[in-house]
Ligand binder design. Structure first.
Ligand code: GTP
Ligand code: MG
Length: 1130
């Protein structure tokens, strides 16, 4: 309470009482007659004394963020008032005296969600030039979509309204959402026709009636007509929901009750409820926290007995309430931490009201006689929509009708409307229509600003053209129809087109040629379609300029498992953005990626987008953003040099701001918190990094009228350094600039940081050295002469049974200058092509016909998948699909190789990779699908310069995963006869690449039967070369890796694939950035040996891979992962 005594200060001119916890003001306040400025911002004042209106000299009154629900009815004398801030309160109506404040210039009503009406008295307020109603979403008179535009639009509305009889219409649509196949479109048809109508669904057929993106139709109801948005439930379309998620819609969730009951059995009640129902509530309330309760429609009830039906219904409703309870508990905890940041989801937080009102739950089966239910639902919709009927000026309705006349056109030009309504100020009307979701009018996007997009189906078709090919069959279908396509004066052929498609599906890079072709059926000009996609954050770019413009489509790129920290010579800054509360829909990841790319595009020289993140290299630093949906967090990491630390802090803050801002813009109710980590822990790769105490710079707040959330940055001087004790003998003092944003570093600080880095490197090196001494790691020959340890302790973990079968590592790209310099050094290394390194063929013989002796090679699909991903990451084009190259006969293998080696493009590529996986035996013999042996030599020969001229003098890597005999290597132990080997299953089931019972060497046999090579000699093959002095020999430039040693077996897990391939993939991911292929092989060899010897089940014996190298002129083969950058503008 403010003391009465203050009111005796009759000459006081300014009084700042903001944030003083004042809940009551004295009645004598009015005696401060000289007061010109009164600030009561952020005080819990619920009722204002009438005397406040007697402050006759008052010019500025700030009552923002109090708890005012009612203003005094009467006003004595506030005639000097120029600025009145009533934002962030609970005001329900404005008293009449406000409209009589003649001097008032600024009235801020922002975030008064209970305000319903602004009166035409605004027309009398001659001085008023700013009226902010942002967030007053319950405004009906004038509709919020008008008020949002500000005072001019409100005035115009009242003027036009008075001119003629108003038109009544429903301002809000009904949003029908739910899983695909839940019965949304069927329900819509049912409501429209008045009888139960079901769609025809057959997902493999062209006639499948799935809803693509969304569909908008009008539904006549008793009192009015309402727009019904039928959203496609398929995940690929979720990205498009943002376009129409408007506060105030009538939400209708459709749940397939039979599907829910089935999921309860398989996944448990909570997960089932989330899948069919609660996640959809998240979609709604995250974007529109003030939205009312949803109507619930349960379908497919005919597939359940009446007992099952009521059980399922009860389970669903009880579980939904239980999830809501958990959510609110989480919320309560958060609120104590961030009381100001949270936007309350009104319907969820009111526990007195059930999530779904019993009277608003409807059940539908496929019974044609269900008319009574249909009528009841329509009645309910009518009741809901009636509340949203608004009055619109006749003139505004005429503008809308005029636009709708152009039903044949995809858009109407703004100039056409301006010409037809010269005196109507159509821009205000068009903005209103855009805000109300009636048309799209992107005034601020240059290339779209002259169009009114009034046909939603055309917009959905643009999105659909980009995304509906997302299943492999649809792409295949699309490709089969492709002929030739002219682009920038040249013709794109089928092969090139296919490559562009593959690139898009692999890393989300979309060539303009492909985009143009995909969008050729759109009703809009290309530039309009592209801008639409960009404005909905679906694509980013161009990343490369014309004529070879390229865009990024994160939704179609790979998923990254997580940030890979490159610690060498780098300092680490890292924070996590935690996403609590309602679960954020998956597509937000893609939006975030595009946002980050947009923010950093001027800084970066190298970019790669992933489905769940981005990597951006700038200067000597790399910023990575990875979103983990399951963990509900976004990792932001900057790996930086000492010199760039200040810049990197800026980058980290900038990216964090952008993400938070975007989250709050699209998802007003999201619960965002941040945690930071100790950079020392990151450097040493600690699994459980120390979390820094919550530093003050992390405070942020977002207000809808501000472009960016406020991120408080504190000067770090005077803050004590952190002592980190993790993984080092002596505690490490983490310099302060690494804990707090620093925008200028003194020389002394730079010196300290360098010392810190040096200490870290030493600590890391000592640690690794100690490790490798323990393991007896053989020294690895390193061309560049660096002496770091090769393999870290955890790298063999890929062969343990807890690891996931698919290796999800991120490729470490070349960062070291000495390796980069090698790239152009023709004498030392084989020259690599830039865009793509080369092509690769993976032949997988998995099953063996006509043979009972040879096991199916279970686990080889995992090998294939791991190899394929690695090769693609290393910039190889993997020829053909897995199905095309699995289980081939030897003849087909040769045919495939011949077809591959005759491709012209190899002349432009740097190297070739051939991988063969099968059973095998001594003498480099391998088994084909018909259980016939063929020799590795025949394969090698098929790649000789004579047969494969495009690769003459260039490196060819052959990787063989097969046994080289029947023996088990038990070292100094006695060999156990096969019959005595008990195959005790370990968790990861192991087997060998040859049927254990077969010790019979292969016998030469006639073609077509099982036996020795069906070697196909080539007539010109062994002829002497035409030139007397060959420059290239047939066996030159090969590197052949085999998974086993002659006469020994090779070990494969039936669930995780072979150890050799697993460790090869893991090693390449990690070390190809600084090792040549021979050194890489040595690491693999050492690791396979070590893993095979350390297995609990020693019945398989040891396993040592072998290699043959015929590289010429002393050159090394480096793969230069990620270098030079694909997107570097050279
Ligand atoms: N037995 C039964 N089948 C239904 C019912 N409602 C819908 N179906 C069938 O379920 C399938 C899916 O119906 P749709 O209305 O197309 O589903 P949707 O929710 O619009 O699906 P998307 O457009 O893909 O999001 C169709 O085969 C319908 O015939 C129902 O109450 N009972
Ligand atoms: Mg549908």
């Amino acid at each position: 309470m403010l003391p009465e005594s203050i009111t005796s200060l009759s000459s006081l001119e300014e009084l700042d009482l903001s944030e003083c916890k004042i809940s009551q003001l004295p009645e004598s306040l009015g005696s401060l007659t000289s007061l010109r400025k009164l600030d009561l911002n952020r005080n819990p004042i619920e009722v204002l004394p009438e005397s406040i209106t007697a402050l006759s000299s008052l010019e500025e009154l700030n009552l923002s963020d109090c708890k005012i629900s009612q203003l005094p009815d009467r006003c004595h004398s506030l005639q000097m008032l120029r600025d009145l801030d009533l934002s962030f309160n609970y005001i329900q109506s404005l008293p009449l005296w406000i409209y009589k404040l003649e001097m008032l210039e600024r009235l801020d009503l922002m975030e008064n969600a209970k305000l319903k009406k602004i009166k035409s008295g605004v027309l009398e307020m001659k001085s008023l030039d700013s009226l902010d109603c942002e967030g007053c979403e319950n405004l009906k008179e004038p509709p919020y979509s008008v008020c949002k535009q500000g005072v001019e639009a409100i005035r115009k509305f009242f003027v036009d309204l008075a001119a003629d009889k108003p038109v009544k219409l429903v301002e809000v649509p009904v949003a029908v959402i739910g899983n695909t196949l839940s019965g949304k479109t069927s329900l819509f048809r049912t409501l429209k026709t008045g009888k139960r109508v079901l769609t025809h669904r057959d997902r493999s057929s062209e006639q499948d009636e799935t809803t693509r993106v969304f569909q908008v139709e009008e539904l006549p109801l008793e009192a009015t007509k309402v727009k019904l948005f039928d959203y496609g439930g398929n995940r690929v379309y979720h990205l498009a929901y943002q376009i129409l998620s408007k506060e105030g819609c009538v939400p209708l969730i459709v749940v397939d009750l039979a599907d829910f009951a089935k999921n309860v059995q398989n996944k448990g009640t909570e997960e089932a409820c989330r899948m069919v129902c609660f996640n959809w509530l998240s979609h709604l309330y995250l974007a529109c926290p003030k939205l009312g309760p949803p109507i619930l429609v349960l379908t497919h009830t005919d597939e359940l007995t009446s007992a099952q039906r009521s059980q399922a219904r009860e389970d669903l409703l009880t579980e939904a309430e239980s999830i809501r309870g958990k959510l609110l508990e989480e919320e309560r905890q958060l609120e104590t931490l961030f009381p100001k940041v949270l936007t309350v989801v009104e319907h969820l937080s009111n526990m007195n009201l059930p999530l779904f009102d019993e009277g608003e739950i409807f059940e539908f089966g496929n019974d044609l006689k269900e008319t009574s239910n249909i009528e009841l639902l329509k009645k309910k919709l009518n009741e809901r929509c009636e509340k949203h009927i608004v009055e619109l000026p006749q003139l505004w309705n005429s503008v809308e009708r005029f636009i709708q006349q152009f039903s044949e056109q995809p858009y109407v030009e703004v100039s056409t409307v301006l010409e037809n309504f010269p005196n109507a100020d159509p821009l205000i009307i068009l903005r209103y229509m855009h805000n109300a979701g009636r048309v799209f009018f992107f005034e601020k996007i240059k290339s779209l600003s002259s169009f009114i997009l009034h046909r939603f189906s055309e917009i959905t078709s643009v999105i659909n053209l980009l995304f509906h090919h997302s299943s492999p069959e649809q792409w295949d279908n699309h490709l089969s129809k492709f002929k030739v396509f002219p682009h920038h004066g040249r013709e794109i052929g089928k092969f090139e087109y296919k490559q562009l498609v593959q690139r898009l599906l692999y890393d989300g890079v979309l060539a303009e040629a492909l985009l143009k072709n995909l969008l050729k059926d759109s009703a809009f000009p290309f530039a309009v379609s592209r801008e639409l996609l960009r404005s909905f954050l679906m694509i980013h770019g161009p990343i490369e300029e014309s004529p070879n413009a390229e865009y990024l489509v994160p939704a179609l790129a790979l998923t990254s498992p997580g940030v890979l920290f490159e610690t060498k010579n780098k300092l680490q800054l890292r924070l996590d953005i935690l996403l609590g509360g309602l679960s954020i829909p998956e597509y937000v990841h893609q939006q975030m990626s595009v946002t980050v790319l947009n923010v950093l595009q001027n800084h970066c020289h190298e970019t790669s987008a992933l489905k769940n993140g981005v990597n951006i290299a700038h200067g000597d630093s790399v910023t990575s953003v990875v979103h983990h949906l399951q963990k509900r967090l976004v990792e932001v990491n900057v790996s930086t040099s000492t010199e760039e630390l200040s810049e990197s802090w800026k980058c980290l803050i900038c990216v964090t701001e952008a993400i938070i801002c975007q989250l709050f813009q699209s998802w007003k109710a999201c619960r965002v918190t941040i945690r930071t980590y100790c950079s020392h822990c990151f450097f040493i790769g600690s699994q459980e990094p120390d979390i820094q105490d919550n530093p003050p710079w992390l405070y942020f707040q977002y207000k809808p009228d501000e472009e960016k959330p406020e991120v408080k940055v504190t000067d770090y001087s005077g803050i004590k350094p952190v002592i980190c004790k993790k993984r080092s003998s002596a505690p490490v003092k983490v310099p302060t600039p690494l804990r707090f944003p620093c925008f200028h570093l003194t020389d002394n600080e730079i010196k300290k940081l360098k010392e810190f880095l040096f200490k870290l490197e030493q600590c890391q090196a000592n640690f690794e050295q100690a490790q490798s001494e323990d393991e007896g790691v053989p020294p690895v020959e390193i061309l560049t002469g660096d002496d770091e340890s090769v393999v870290s302790d955890s790298e063999e973990s890929h062969c343990d049974d807890t690891s996931s079968p698919l290796i999800s590592m991120r490729l470490v790209t070349v960062r070291e200058k000495k390796i980069k310099d090698l790239y152009t050094n023709k004498d030392k290394v084989y020259q690599m092509s830039k865009k793509r390194r080369g092509r690769a063929l993976i032949l997988n013989i998995k099953t063996f016909q006509q043979s009972t002796r040879h096991d199916t090679r279970h686990g080889s699909d995992i090998d294939y998948a791991n190899l394929e991903r690695l090769l693609k990451d290393l910039k190889f084009d993997v020829a053909k699909t897995q199905t095309e190259l699995t289980d081939l006969s030897f003849e087909t293998i040769l045919k495939e190789i011949q077809e591959e080696t005759s491709r012209e493009e190899h002349y432009r590529l740097g190297m070739f990779v051939l991988i063969i996986m099968s059973h095998g035996t001594e003498g480099d013999m391998l088994l084909d699908h018909h259980a016939k042996y063929f020799s590795l030599v025949s394969i090698r020969d098929s790649l000789s310069p004579r047969r494969f001229p495009a690769m003459a003098g260039k490196p060819k890597l052959i990787i063989v995963q097969a046994c080289s005999g029947d023996r088990f290597d038990y070292g100094d132990l006695q060999e156990i006869p096969d019959s005595e080997i008990s195959r005790t299953p370990t968790t990861v089931k192991l087997c060998v690449e040859q049927q254990s019972s077969s010790s019979t060497p292969p016998v030469p046999a006639a073609k077509g039967t099982t036996g020795l090579p069906s070697f196909v000699p080539c007539s010109d093959y062994d002829q002497p070369p035409r030139s007397a002095r060959p420059t290239v020999l047939n066996v030159d430039d090969f590197f052949i890796m085999k998974s086993s040693c002659e006469s020994y077996r090779s070990i494969r897990s039936t669930t995780h694939g072979s150890w050799f391939i697993r460790l090869l993939v893991a090693t390449f991911y990690r070390h190809a950035c600084h090792r040549d292929i021979e050194s890489l092989f040595k690491i693999v060899q050492k690791r396979v040996r070590k893993v095979s010897m350390s297995q609990k089940n020693d019945t398989q014996g040891g396993n040592v891979p072998t290699s043959t190298c015929t590289f010429t002129h002393g050159r090394k083969l480096y793969l230069f992962p990620g270098f030079p950058s694909r997107y570097r503008r050279e």
